[in-house]
Design a protein around this ligand. Structure first.
Ligand code: CS2
Ligand code: MG
Length: 402
């Protein structure tokens, strides 16, 4: 079998998605998610100008060799753009392999390790009352795990809180919108937020929170300690993780479980965190961390240190990534949880998929490959619209982590 064609489909059914399609001489094709929120066109170029020409004529069955060819052959290795492009190729090749074998992807990985895949969804509100209401709605929908993000008293806006009653969508303007942040106001409010959630909804529901890279290690240590009475499932992205050592300081002060990694794109980004057991969940997912081929390595390394997976699953990861991720979640022995920010009907209209959702849990489906496809004609009706992620400043104007 040979790769005879490959091309990129960019569409914006409510938000931008980038999809790679790889076609073989036997008519079988595979698709991969190549969406990098706010930087989509860079991945399109990386694929169209550099990877696709070199793929033509290759044997699609040689997934590992192609992975090494793209990773080692790049010379300029790693980074979100190149690794997202590599991930899309990898996802598409595993999709082809499943179709050739007539098997769902999870069977190729080793079969299922569980009956169903637990997910968490987002509950957010502009203030405490509306946030508490949103948590209740998520529980009513059957979720057993809910991520809680709230507006902060004294701040005009904050991460993770939808505006004007719409679903939360971070890439909200053609050029970066500017947000203002106060660590003090945030730290003074969040423990109260979780105290109120526990008071209203009890101890059973798993609660998660995304700090979104905004604290220093000692501030994160303080927050982790103050959240201990509310036993969170995890506190995510407590500090920017370029400094992996920073997590050791947090670890010394708190038993609140730590999750990190959605912005990682290589096993080297998390190796120290894993070997030092500084985290409890690794968030890296297929579309930004080099696909199934690298994520298997990361998950297996993490398993040696009692660390579980917690795949990123925001709406800016397409249904293609969600489909492939669920097969991985079904197999991976050290599964933790899967994020589920539901795509809108419009977003889903362009894709077909075999995964099923039922009151907080997924199963990946039995279709060969990852079970997701794209309607190219319909996708063409929704052309790309530039959308940038916001930037964040402290109240004194200092550019801060968004
Ligand atoms: C967030 C994401 O879902 C999460 O955990 O960190 O919403 C993140 O902000 C976006 O994926 C960025 O594109
Ligand atoms: Mg996050």
């Amino acid at each position: 079998m040979k790769i005879t064609d490959a091309y990129v489909i960019v569409c914006s059914p409510g938000r931008n998605f980038v999809t790679l399609k790889i076609v073989t001489d036997e008519g079988i094709y595979g698709i991969g998610d190549a969406t990098l929120n706010g930087r989509e066109k860079t991945v399109v170029s990386y694929l169209e100008d550099y990877l696709i020409p070199a793929l033509i004529g290759k044997d699609p069955a040689r997934i590992e060799d192609i992975w090494q060819y793209i990773y080692r052959g790049a010379y300029w290795r790693r980074g979100p753009v190149g690794m997202t492009a590599l991930a899309a190729v990898d996802m598409a090749l595993w999709d082809i392999k499943g179709k050739v074998a007539g098997l769902p992807l999870y069977q190729l990985l080793g079969g299922r390790s569980r009956d169903r895949i637990m997910t968490y969804t987002h509950a957010n509100g502009s203030d405490l009352a509306s946030t508490l209401e949103a948590v209740g709605e998520a529980i009513d929908q059957g979720y057993q795990a809910v991520r809680v993000q709230s507006g902060i008293p004294g701040m005009a806006s904050t991460y993770g809180v939808a505006k004007d009653g719409k679903k939360y969508e971070p890439a909200d303007a053609a050029l970066p919108s500017e947000a203002v942040w106060s660590t003090e106001k945030y730290l003074n409010f969040v423990p109260h937020l979780f105290s109120e959630v526990r008071r209203q909804y009890g101890e059973e529901i798993h609660l998660l929170h995304d700090v979104h890279h905004r604290l220093t290690p000692i501030e994160a240590a303080r927050l982790g300690k103050e959240l201990e009475p509310y036993h969170l499932f995890w506190m995510e992205d407590a500090v920017p993780a370029e400094n992996q050592q920073g997590f050791e300081l947090i670890r010394q002060h708190t038993t609140t479980p730590l999750a990190v990694g959605e912005v990682f794109n290589s096993i080297h980004d998390c190796k120290e965190l894993i070997l030092n057991q500084s985290i409890d969940y690794i968030r890296s997912t297929l579309v930004h961390a080099g696909g199934i081929t690298q994520m298997r390595r990361i998950a297996d390394l993490a398993a040696l240190y009692h660390i579980r997976t917690g795949f990123h699953g925001a709406t800016d990861l397409s249904p293609v990534c969600m489909g492939a991720a669920l097969h991985f979640d079904y197999w991976v022995p050290n599964f933790g949880i899967q994020e589920h920010m539901p795509h809108s009907e419009l977003m889903e209209s362009v894709f077909s998929f075999d995964y099923q959702f039922d009151r907080g849990f997924f199963t990946p489906g039995e279709a060969p490959g990852h079970g997701v496809d794209i309607d190219e004609k319909l996708a063409a009706k929704y052309p790309y619209q530039r959308a940038a992620l916001p930037v964040n400043r402290l109240e004194d104007g200092t550019l801060w982590h968004w």
